[in-house]
Design a protein around this ligand. Structure first.
Ligand SMILES: Nc1ncnc2c1ncn2[C@@H]1O[C@H](COP(=O)(O)OP(=O)(O)OP(=O)(O)O)[C@@H](O)[C@H]1O
Ligand SMILES: CC(=O)N[C@H]1[C@@H]2OC[C@@H](O2)[C@@H](O)[C@@H]1O[C@H](C)C(=O)O
Length: 401
């Protein structure tokens, strides 16, 4: 890093995100000191505020391709911003107020960048620039809370040719690097994504890698909903899958999917690993007559096998530790299976190193907002595929600023 900015006065920032599982808004109230190599974050409060079922239903339907008109889109954007603003208000109760909000919003559509640059405008050919849409506009959050809000973090990186995802790796690097151990920080949300952090040395920042590994819990959650007719939304602790046996012929077949062989930089979403994908999996599985537990064990194995395969294929060297975070880190069966596939690296959680894995993404967007205000970049070009570092986020001043 050429640019070192010393921040000695602690700043109080709120980070907000709802991820691809669309389960609710993760809010983190943090106190930040330092900027990058001296960055320190303490979590004062963390809470998940579930969406009301009607709003969640609309978001999931939109993500799955439902048609809505522009007025409905605008109303949905504002309803999400309203829920995010309420989360920001609630998380501050009993604490000194925050001076800044970093809000990721709710991803409803993500189209990864295509590597070959097309200079000709042709609506039938692949688009060079990616496209990523997060709802919950920052302007309304700033207006409702009276707090300056940074939002729309992905677009800056996308505009210069990057994927705009994943963005957490740069924050992971400054919060979880180690002088001795090479680490993989593996998020298992709806989608899985990894940050590889080599041992800290002179040019460690340039050696960091990261990408979306593929499905995290998305297919598992959809399968549980399918198998229980909607009565359950996920396999708690992986207990159901733990009673099954993975079908390796299916795993082998499914791992042939192009995404798993695409070299990084790469990003994905529920557009690929969503309802239609699960239906293909169910069709493929039909001849094997798997019982529900076997099906869940097989889908769990797809998640862990795709993670392990991507480490073996794309990392410059295998990590000495794997640090899990996100809801999937609570799936004990999944964790056990991943450990079996990565025998040389203990599979731990970020919590075991003092960083709350449930709120790490929310914390990251608080840090990214802080960097935006300091004029520091938020992306890592080797991770997003952008040609350079860039400031991330649009700043919305509050009515009182
Ligand atoms: N106790 C548990 N046992 C098993 N799985 C769990 C448990 N708790 C949470 N999960 C899984 O974690 C998911 C939510 O994870 P998380 O909140 O990290 O996802 P997200 O942030 O929405 O996704 P992404 O990181 O892709 O944006 C749930 O849908 C469920 O599948
Ligand atoms: C477009 C989008 O919302 N992507 C998410 C998603 O959820 C996990 C993975 O896919 C990651 O790429 C990203 O989120 C985290 C917060 C990130 O940008 O690092």
């Amino acid at each position: 890093m050429d640019k070192i900015i010393k921040v000695t006065v602690p700043v109080r920032v709120i980070g907000l995100i709802s991820g691809t599982s669309v389960d609710g808004i993760d809010a983190a109230l943090v106190e930040i000191t330092g900027s990058d190599v001296d960055l320190k974050v303490s979590l004062l409060a963390g809470e998940t505020y579930p969406y009301n079922p009607e709003l969640r239903g609309k978001i999931l339907a939109l993500g799955a391709g439902a048609a809505i008109d522009m007025a409905e889109l605008a109303a949905l954007d504002d309803a999400i911003a309203f829920a995010f603003a309420q989360a920001a208000e609630n998380i501050q109760v009993g604490h000194q107020p925050a001076t800044l909000i970093g809000s990721h919003g709710q991803t409803v559509y993500h189209r990864p960048a295509v590597q070959e640059v097309q200079n000709v405008l042709d609506f039938n050919s692949p688009h060079a620039l990616g496209y990523s849409l997060q709802l919950g506009r920052g302007a309304l959050i700033a207006h409702l809370t009276g707090i300056t809000t940074v939002s729309n973090f992905r677009v800056g990186d996308i505009n210069i040719g990057g994927h705009g995802a994943p963005l957490v790796p740069r924050v992971d690097a400054f919060l979880l690097s180690d002088s001795l151990h090479g680490r993989c920080v593996q998020n298992i949300g709806g989608i899985g994504n990894v940050t590889y952090i080599p041992p800290r040395s002179d040019d460690w920042l340039r050696k960091i890698r990261g990408w979306d590994t593929g499905p995290g819990n998305s297919l598992l959650d959809l399968a549980v909903q399918h198998l229980t007719n909607g009565a359950k939304s996920y396999d708690e602790n992986g207990n159901w899958a733990a009673n099954g046996v993975p079908c390796y012929s299916l795993i082998e077949e499914w791992l042939k999917q192009d995404y798993f062989h695409l070299p990084p930089p790469k990003s994905t979403g529920r557009e690929l690993f969503g309802v239609a994908y699960l239906h293909h999996c169910l069709q493929d599985a039909a001849p094997y007559q798997l019982n529900p537990a076997d099906l869940l064990a097989t889908l769990t194995e797809l998640t862990v096998a795709s993670i392990a395969h991507s480490y073996h294929t794309f990392l410059p060297q295998m990590p000495q530790q794997v640090l899990l975070c996100g809801g999937g880190s609570r799936n004990l069966y999944l964790k056990q299976r991943l450990q079996l596939l990565l025998p040389s690296a203990p599979v731990l959680t970020t919590d075991e190193l003092g960083l709350n894995g449930d709120f790490k993404e929310a914390i990251a967007f608080a840090v990214l907002a802080h960097w935006r205000q300091l004029g520091l970049p938020g992306n890592l070009p080797a991770v997003t595929g952008a040609p350079g570092e860039i400031l991330l986020g649009e700043v919305h001043l509050s009515r009182t600023s």
